[in-house]
Design a protein around this ligand. Structure first.
Ligand code: SF4
Length: 110
């Protein structure tokens, strides 16, 4: 786990939620573990490959970029199956677009 990469992903997620008018999940552990998965993939693959899917070959998927966050379904239709970015009408939305660095570390017990 790279704290530097985790922090850059956290900042990206806050920025992108605001830009797309979407919100983090009411269950903060969902947000925290998706951010961690994105950071792990960014560190190991060089791209923030979506952590909520199974891939035969992660490196090939990262190169193709379809599932690099924000993935194509999110960019085109605001569909985030990881529940990282939720529209306001979603039942699980927190109406919150922020997660502090310290809050994230606490949720991940880092
Ligand atoms: S579903 Fe798309 S937008 Fe959501 S975390 Fe995965 S890659 Fe990112």
């Amino acid at each position: 786990m790279s704290l530097e990469t985790l922090e850059s992903i956290r900042q990206f997620a806050e920025f992108y939620a605001k830009r797309t008018n979407t919100y983090f999940c009411s269950d903060k552990t969902v947000t925290a573990y998706v951010l961690k998965g994105l950071a792990d993939n960014k560190k190991h693959l060089g791209s923030p490959l979506c952590p909520c899917r199974y891939y035969e070959d992660k490196r090939e998927e990262a190169i193709s970029s379809y599932w690099n966050c924000p993935c194509l379904p999110m960019r085109e239709r605001k569909e985030c199956h990881c529940m990282l970015f939720l529209p306001s009408e979603n039942n699980y939305t927190s109406r919150n677009q922020n997660m502090s660095r310290q809050q994230l570390k606490t949720l991940l017990t880092l």
